[in-house]
Each structure stands twice: as C-alpha cells, then as structure tokens.
Design a protein around this ligand. Structure first.
Ligand SMILES: [Fe+2]
Ligand SMILES: [Fe+2]
Length: 255
C-alpha cells in the first residue's frame, strides 16, 4: 500500500517490492537490511543474559558497519551524482554521515566495554536510537528522492554496487577514517583485509588450524578489496547506466 506525502515522496516502508524496483534494487536491499538490523536490536532488548547480549551487539555491529560503509562509498556518492543540485555540501547525506560517525565512535567504545555493566546497556541503547533514526532518514527521504530521478534499472545497478561494497567492507569500527570517498575507499581496502585477519585471530579455535584460518581471512579480505574496487568503479560511472534526467521517467516502478 502506498502513502504519498505532500512532497510527492513515498517512504520505502510503504512501497511494494515491485514499486521499489524489484528485489535487487537499492531500495529493496536497504529495506531488507534495515529489517535485519531491527530484528537484532529487538533480540538484544529481549535478551536477559549479558554474555548473549554482548554477542548480539558484536553481530549487529559488524552488520551495521558494513551496511554504512557501503552507503558512504556507493549510495551517497550515487545520490549526489543523480541529484546534482544537492552538490558536495548536500545537507541530507552530510547529516547521515554524521550519524554514521557517531555510531562508529559508540561501537568502538562498546568493543572495550563490559556487557554486564549499566554503562554498556545505556551506550547500546544510544547507538540503537541513532541506527533507527538513520534508517528512517534513508527510507523516508534519501531513497525516495533518489527514486524520483533514477530508473528502476539504475536503482538495481546501484543496489548491485552497494552489495559488492558491503561484501568488501571493513568489519570493525573505524571512527578516524573519512566518511567520504576517496579517503574511505583508500583506507577501506586495507582495513577490510586487516579486520578480517583480526576477526579470524579472535575466533581461532583449534591449535594447528591457525595458519589455514589466518590465510583464509586474508584471502577473504583480498576478495573483499577486489569487490570494493568493482563497486567504486561502478559508481564512478563505468558500471552505472546513463545519468539521472536522461531516462525521463519519475517516481516508483520504472523499468
Ligand atoms: Fe545509513
Ligand atoms: Fe541504510
């Protein structure tokens, strides 16, 4: 069911998958990932055990950071490219990047905190509030605005590039890294590799499997860096269809 607003925009939350441009479009991919993040936040809120809460936060943290990194490297540059009037000083993407920065800082602090402490729970709930606010800004404003000027085919191309960047992204918080290309892309490729090595080292199980596990993590990082390069090239213009305005159609459900 659609619910058009006075400004002509329809929240992604109120659109069918077909209106969003199909399952591969950036609108559908974002909506699905926001829902998964929301389920993890609800799982934390229902969980009484501190250790289990810590594990949920670790899972949510990796998922949210990869999601946000792919937005910063693919979705927001595509948005600024498709809506040239927005420009580099575009308020909406700058605001969301500010929220991402806050989440990076909070998740970095939480990595060092004790899940059993009262401070931990309070910080987690502050991070959840920003993550939920961020999803609303994207579903209610940014994505419907992009949808007004991009065809469904272009939304699917952006969706594929976003997914490639998500797969190749760092897995840990990096508040000191720029939230914008080219800084985040340059740093991201190396961080994706070093994060995966740290992930593997942290989860090392049997002695003797160390070398194979570390090599596997490093390989995953290299594959990720390659995927990131492909995604960034796509947004730079080599993989995306023609720019906004050239297709002429507007609003939901264009092919
Ligand atoms: Fe976001
Ligand atoms: Fe998002």
């Amino acid at each position: 069911m659609t619910n058009p607003r006075r400004d002509g925009l329809t929240s992604v939350a109120d659109q069918s998958e077909d209106q969003r441009g199909g399952p591969g479009s950036i609108l559908s991919r974002q909506s699905a990932d926001h829902r998964d993040l929301d389920e993890l936040m609800h799982a934390y809120e229902r969980e009484p055990d501190a250790g289990a809460r810590g594990r949920i936060v670790a899972e949510l943290s990796e998922r949210a950071l990869r999601h946000a990194f792919a937005e910063e490297t693919v979705l927001f540059p595509a948005y600024r490219r498709f809506l040239p009037a927005a420009g580099q000083d575009d308020e909406l993407t700058r605001h969301i990047e500010g929220d991402h920065q806050q989440v990076n800082e909070m998740l970095k602090d939480l990595q060092r905190a004790d899940p059993g402490s009262a401070d931990y729970d309070a910080e987690v709930r502050r991070a959840f509030a920003v993550i939920r606010h961020d999803a609303h800004d994207e579903e209610d404003d940014l994505l419907p605005r992009l949808q007004q000027v991009a065809s469904a085919r272009q939304l699917r191309a952006i969706g594929a590039a976003w997914e490639a960047a998500r797969l190749g992204s760092p897995t840990r918080p990096h508040p000191k890294v720029s939230r914008r290309p080219p800084g985040n892309v340059v740093a991201g490729a190396g961080l994706a590799l070093s994060d995966r090595v740290k992930d593997v080292v942290d989860s090392l199980a049997p002695v003797g499997s160390t070398r194979r596990a570390v090599c596997g993590g490093a390989l995953a990082g290299l594959v990720g860096a390659a995927a990131l390069t492909v995604a960034v090239r796509a947004v730079a213009g080599r993989g995306l269809p023609a720019r906004a305005g050239l297709g002429g159609a507007r609003g939901p459900a264009r092919r």
